[in-house]
Design a protein around this ligand. Sequence first.
Ligand code: A2G
Length: 372
Amino acid sequence: MPNNKAAEFLPIVNFFAIKGKAVDIEPFGSGHINDTYRICTDLEEGPNYMLQRINNHVFKNVEHLMQNIALVCNHIKHKLIGQNEKDAEGKVLTPVPTKNGDLFFKDERNNYWRIFILIENTKSYDIVETIQQAREGGRAFGNFQAMLSDLNPLDVHEVIPNFLNIASRLRDFRDAINKNMASRVDEVRSEIDFIQERENKMNTILNMAAKSQIPLRITHNDTKFNNVLLNKEDKAQCVIDLDTVMPGYVAYDFGDAIRTIINSAAEDEADLDRIKLNIPLFEAYTKGYLETAHHFLYPMEIKSLVDGVLLLPYMQMIRFLTDYLNGDTYYKISHPTHNLQRTKAQMRLVIEIEKHEELLRDLVKREANVYL
Ligand code: A2G
């Protein structure tokens, strides 16, 4: 018997060219942006599917978003097939078209929907537990960038303009302070000061780019560790959440992955003293990343990696605080001060990373020397 969610979502699922009949639809995953459901079909051998309502407040041009995803997924799938990979479908997302051949469906309430084939027998982790997981995460994102390194970054739409551009994030932040929509500025003076004290230092990557020292690449731009699916043996299987695949700099992906991997606590940890750096996990991620990416990286890109490690938690802090100041309009929250709690956790992480900056730079140099 179909469950309640199935009854609610079946009319939408019916627009898509899935195999079999959807019998069970349940909420799935823990994303901050889209709503995700798992669809089980009546077919014993599968496949099952993932239904998503795309947040079109965040992704204003869904057509461009889906074109990017199709381009990237097809490109990777062809490469996997060319490498004689038997399980290409298990190693890259496969969007399922509608019965009209479109990549998404817009309902009468202006909700945008899409479906992917569900990649079974995998798991993801919010917090990295082992050296092997960290190394596999590095391999997964390095390989992802490597496979896209022969595509022209300008063939990919910038679905959220200036998404990881720190100058633009700082402008939005100042704007939020000036508007003070939720009357919260007084409560966060020390966090505002912390951000302002570091503005100049955090320009390194943009400065390198302005001097053409690092090239624009196609990057994932949301490399939280839980966006890598690992198999039963904890081997990386597939990189997911491709919404923010856009032109970017490799240090952004490295920095954002390290933001979640090096932190021994959750992104929104309330007990700040639990936020400690796990250096062996940093080393393992770096090893895995360079193993798969060293062949296409320029020396200046390798040099920029730790600048990304400093920048991404700082930028995430700014984004959470901006949302808090605006009255929580962007990220899903689970309690009224959630964005503030996230801000403080990211701030503590920046402090910890700053204390260890030289060590992190030495470790990247050491790992990169293996390939000289
Ligand atoms: O939350 C979301 O996944 C964000 N994605 C990502 O950029 C980052 O802020 C993350 C923090 O957990 C989008 O904004 C599209």
